[in-house]
Write a protein that binds this ligand. Structure first.
Ligand SMILES: Nc1ncnc2c1ncn2[C@@H]1O[C@H](COP(=O)(O)OP(=O)(O)OP(=O)(O)O)[C@@H](O)[C@H]1O
Length: 314
């Protein structure tokens, strides 16, 4: 039985501008014991998919299951199997850290959870904050408490929604050490992150969402193989020929283009020169996950635009 199963999940939000389709028939399974990454640009639908899984948002269509339990019809069992670390810092400011953890244990009907609470506090570097009031904690400490709260009932599936956005290196390391240890002991992990390096280092498989659709789903190693093996990087103050600009990743003066071999490098630089543009500080580097994803996202955006144009023409 998969740890998590999404089948044809769609989600439409009613907005003042009309209907917004946040998820379009999303289907995939996450097997027990996997460390799985859900990636995608802002607004791709990652948080919406996690909210559907956690029973916080109702899907417009499709089914989601956690360890076989339907998140709608068997909500309690599904919720019990899931530990969700949310993106936003939401707390009751009147509790101490330990009180909050005890209260959350009670919510799941767990008595005498002291030993596990102590272990969580220790592993997350919170032992000396156990008696502190939540409102006295720094943002980073609050985030650690959110992780502890999500794990207090020893869930089989741990969901982390952007857990390291804006947190310092020390917390990232503590968090990854702890979560990796839980994963080695058998927990399934579902992670959303913008840090592709983190996803590359931690996740065995990755799904890429774009505009509510799964545009890639594969082992991390396979996705990396899809990358053009090299990237040509240079700086320019000039306008690039349109054909190059369409394939390039441009950040300020820095231009990056896939270039597999010496011939491709020569061809690109010749095109730049013929357009009367300059290319300074030329470098060639190995492609990474970000390059693969940019290629996939550009491809899926072009395909969606073509579909929309076809629809308009019909
Ligand atoms: N409650 C809501 N009402 C209306 N639209 C919403 C609501 N929640 C999300 N959306 C829209 O649905 C789309 C998907 O949003 P979602 O937050 O799931 O994306 P995301 O991939 O998590 O993005 P980010 O990386 O920025 O967190 C976006 O266009 C967003 O504006």
């Amino acid at each position: 039985m998969p740890a998590v199963s999404f089948q044809n999940i769609s989600k439409t939000y009613a907005t003042p501008k009309g209907e917004l389709q946040a998820l379009r028939s999303v289907s995939f399974d996450i097997e027990q014991g996997e460390f799985f990454g859900l990636l995608g640009p802002n607004g791709a639908g990652k948080t919406t998919l996690i909210s559907v899984l956690a029973g916080l948002a109702k899907a417009t269509g499709g089914t989601a299951r956690v360890h076989g339990h339907d998140v709608q019809t068997d909500y309690q069992a599904a919720r019990r199997a899931l530990g969700v670390v949310p993106q936003e810092l939401v707390f009751d400011p009147f509790f101490t850290v330990r009180e909050a953890l005890r209260f959350q244990s009670g919510y799941f009907g767990i008595q005498k959870n002291g030993a596990w609470i102590d272990e969580l506090l220790h592993s997350l570097g919170l032992t000396d904050k156990a008696s502190a009031n939540m409102r006295q904690l720094s943002g980073g400490m609050k985030r650690r408490v959110l992780v502890a709260l999500a794990l207090v009932h020893k869930p089989q599936v741990i969901v982390l929604d952007e857990p390291t956005a804006g947190v310092d290196v020390e917390l990232r390391q503590t968090l990854w050490q702890f979560v990796s240890q839980l994963n080695k002991q058998g927990s399934t992990v579902l992670l959303t992150t913008h840090y592709l390096e983190e996803a590359e280092a931690l996740c065995g498989r990755l799904a890429l969402l774009n505009r509510g659709e799964v545009v890639a789903l594969d082992r991390t190693s396979q996705l990396l193989k899809r990358a053009a093996s090299n990237i040509l990087r240079f700086k320019t103050d000039d306008v690039l020929p349109a054909e190059l600009a369409a394939q390039a990743r441009i950040t300020g003066r820095v231009v990056q283009l896939p270039a597999n071999d010496a011939l491709a490098v020569e061809r690109i630089l010749a095109q730049v020169r013929e357009a009367g543009a300059s290319a300074d500080d030329i470098e060639i580097r190995k492609a990474d996950l970000e390059d693969v994803f940019l290629e996939l996202i550009q491809g899926s955006n072009a395909a969606q635009s073509a579909k929309t144009a076809q629809g308009a023409a019909a």
